[in-house]
Design a protein. Structure first.
Length: 262
């Protein structure tokens, strides 16, 4: 017997999904999906994401369809059965979006318990016009444009942290940027690993260590500029020199660990 725990459908998509027989949990779950990558098979289950196009108001729109079964994370609130990781992502997206942080628009979310275990579906719109930060060729940009881009990214990360959310995988490929004239917008995708911070300063610094490690190709000058904008300072005083020194030390540790795995 099926037990539905959560169902959400974006009102702007309700009719379009119904017209294309893609509006119920069963319809979506049973529809074949071309996976972007092979589904992850860990945590005792599996989890995958595919890409489709559906019409809304006559316009084709790219959607990302995520499905998973028995792919859960455990917490104090869900210590035994755990919670589907897409359920966590759904909550984080809705929370950040409600507070002005750019995230993919949720089209549909469903969660149910069946004989096979816990199943979850999360469908989001593509961030149209946005480009992954690691795909941007900064060398083709002016110095002023590069600094503006980095400042906007730093401000977006700070805003997310100020809302009490740790990204936990703050990679440039998950930070999306859209530049329109003088306007630069920054958003975040793949928020499945994100979580509420309990020890906010340390968890925020952990994100910064990861980002510093993953942007090594920026060079020291631009990474230092990122941190100045993140901390809203013009120069590093004694305190922030210690903070940035700690970030650099932890970054080196990550590098050594990575080299040891090769």
């Amino acid at each position: 017997m099926e037990v539905f725990l959560t169902l959400y459908c974006n009102p702007n998509w309700q009719s379009a999904l119904e017209n294309q027989q893609f509006a119920t949990f069963e319809q979506i779950w049973d529809s074949p999906i071309d996976w972007i990558d092979e589904p992850n098979r860990n945590r005792g289950g599996w989890s995958g994401v595919g890409c489709i196009q559906l019409l809304n108001d006559g316009q084709p729109i790219t959607l990302y369809v995520k499905k998973q079964q028995n792919h859960v994370s455990r917490s104090l609130l869900h210590p035994f059965k755990g919670e589907p990781t897409f359920a966590k992502e759904f909550k984080v997206i809705r929370y950040l979006s409600a507070h002005g942080v750019i995230t993919p628009q949720v089209v549909f979310f469903g969660q149910r318990s069946v004989a096979a275990g816990q199943q979850a579906i999360l469908i989001t719109e593509n961030l149209a016009g946005f480009q992954a930060l690691d795909q941007i060729t900064r060398s083709a940009m002016s110095l002023l444009a590069q600094r503006k881009l980095i400042a906007k990214v730093a401000q977006a990360v700070r805003s997310m942290h100020a809302l009490g959310i740790q990204r936990r995988a703050l990679y440039p490929k998950h930070v999306f940027v859209k530049s329109t004239g003088e306007c630069v917008e920054v958003g975040f995708i793949d928020l499945e690993k994100s979580r509420r911070m309990v020890f906010a300063p340390l968890q925020a610094l952990s994100d910064l260590v990861t980002f510093n490690y993953r942007t090594a190709d920026w060079g020291l000058r631009y990474r230092l500029y990122f941190f100045k904008k993140y901390f809203s300072i013009k120069q590093l005083d004694k305190f922030y020199k210690i903070v940035c020194g700690w970030i650099a030390y932890k970054t080196q540790q990550k590098q050594h660990q990575w080299n040891g795995k090769k």
